[in-house]
Design a binder for this molecule. Structure first.
Ligand code: HEM
Length: 418
């Protein structure tokens, strides 16, 4: 196996001190403070960098990241990754499951089929219909902290908000919502955190089982008695006589919860933090509320919740100018591409009026985030309502505490004074 490319990439590493492996995770305090400056160094070291510690090719230039995300030949199923490659780390999780993995870990034709069916239920129209209710939910959450001078915006708003919205979309009964929220929070949080303690992991497993048992009951109820909700829509979604079966609907709900809640929470948390750190930008947004859509795109670009995504090489071939081998892992630095000066002028500046914002915060190609329209709508409404309701909100925290989950960017807490 020729490793000429890898050797030269590593030499580059030694001389230019390109941060790699564990240094590109929140275990590195410097990365926690400012991942984007470290990713600048990765991006400027070359088009493709070999990361020996994690067994992966790293790509961080916008044009290359965009091309890789849109390359229809590239794969994601970790079972197809080389033994020692990065993506193989996720294999264990799949092998432990006796069910088929969610579509997140599947390639065509299974991915095409599942994505096609769920797209018929999770439509832009179904999302747009939620608009008035999302606005009410945002106000209800603000009502709950009315009168308090100081509170944690993550716990009070950013965390509960997307879970309540998706629960209502799915059609979870109001009386079950508290349980639903607890099960979802407990099971999803640990699922993403490789450093979770044994206690947290046990709790996550129990919560996951309870959530599944609950959803199985709801699915059976909707089969017997359809309603106007997302679960019913998924059961009814049809493609040439093909339908999702109950287990597939269950797995899809799990994926929506896992992929959608924490990410939306973190987009709001990071976005509000950036507005609070740039009061001129917050003021501008209060004066010109029509900027909100653009502001949310800038929030996604400047500090999106997902920093990395990945693909697996299907056969020996050249990608981004670099010869790669079948089963190799490619990690694309979404957060690096979003700061590429070849595309963005003054990328380290947070500017809600920035024009033509092109970013890869939602990935791309046929795996482009299914929930992007919902995440955008929730963020636009959430930020606007928070700015309206708390015109004097200021940051009340010196040191920010970031979550430790590799690949993601989100705050543990965000203390504010209003
Ligand atoms: C996929 C980001 C919210 C559902 C993805 C991907 C990214 C992403 C980067 C991978 C794309 C790729 O590798 O090409 C985000 C961000 C969000 C967000 C930043 C919030 C700001 C949501 C929401 C939902 C959702 C609210 C659903 C309720 C999904 C699903 C996939 C996905 C199902 C897998 C798509 C597939 O494999 O075909 N998302 N997401 N996401 N997202 Fe999101």
């Amino acid at each position: 196996r020729s490793s000429g490319w890898r050797d030269s990439a590593m030499t580059e590493t030694a001389t230019n001190e390109v941060p790699l492996g564990i240094q590109l995770t929140p275990l590195n305090p410097e990365y926690q403070r400012d991942p984007f400056s470290l990713l600048d160094r990765v991006r400027e070291a070359g088009r493709v960098i070999w990361d020996e510690q994690f067994g992966r090719w790293l790509v961080a230039r916008f044009e290359d990241v965009h091309a890789i995300l849109n390359d229809r030949d590239l794969l994601v199923d970790p079972r197809k990754a080389n033994e020692k490659s990065f993506n193989a780390m996720f294999r264990q999780r799949l092998l432990g499951e006796d069910r088929e993995p969610s579509m997140l870990f599947q390639d065509p034709p299974a991915h095409t089929r599942l994505r096609g069916l769920v797209s018929k239920a999770f439509t832009p129209r179904a999302i747009e219909r939620m608009r008035p209710r999302i606005e009410e939910i945002a106000h209800e959450l603000c009502d709950r902290v009315e009168g308090q001078e100081r509170f944690d915006l993550m716990a009070a708003f950013c965390q509960p908000y997307p879970t309540i919205v998706i629960a209502e979309m799915l059609g979870v009964d109001p009386k079950d919502q508290a349980n639903f929220k607890r099960w979802t929070d407990d099971s999803v949080a640990a699922g993403f955190d490789p450093f979770a303690s044994e206690e947290v992991r046990q709790r996550a497993m129990r919560a996951g089982e309870e959530l599944q048992a609950y959803l199985r009951r709801v699915i059976a109820e909707r089969r017997a008695e359809p309603r106007d909700d997302l679960i019913t829509a998924m059961l009814r979604a049809e493609d040439n006589g093909d339908f999702l079966n109950d287990e597939e609907v269950l797995s899809m709900i799990g994926l929506l919860l896992a992929a959608g809640n924490v990410t939306t929470t973190d987009l709001l948390g990071n976005g509000m933090k950036n507005l609070l750190q740039h009061p001129d930008q917050a003021q501008l947004l209060r004066e010109r509320p029509e900027l909100i859509e653009n502001a949310v795109e800038e929030m996604l670009r400047y500090e999106g919740p997902v920093t990395f995504s990945g693909r697996i090489v299907p056969d020996d071939r050249v990608i981004a100018g670099c010869p790669m081998q079948k089963g190799d892992s490619i990690t694309v630095a979404l957060g690096g591409a979003n700061y590429d000066p070849r595309l963005h002028r003054d990328p380290h500046k947070f500017d809600v009026t920035r024009e033509d914002i092109d970013h890869v915060a939602f990935g791309g190609g046929r795996r482009y985030c299914l929930g992007a329209p919902l995440a955008r709508l929730e963020a636009q409404i959430g930020v606007r309502v928070l700015l309206e309701r708390f015109p004097k909100m200021r940051l009340a925290q010196q040191e920010l505490k970031w979550k430790r989950v590799p690949g993601f960017r989100g705050l543990e807490e965000l203390w504010v004074e209003v």
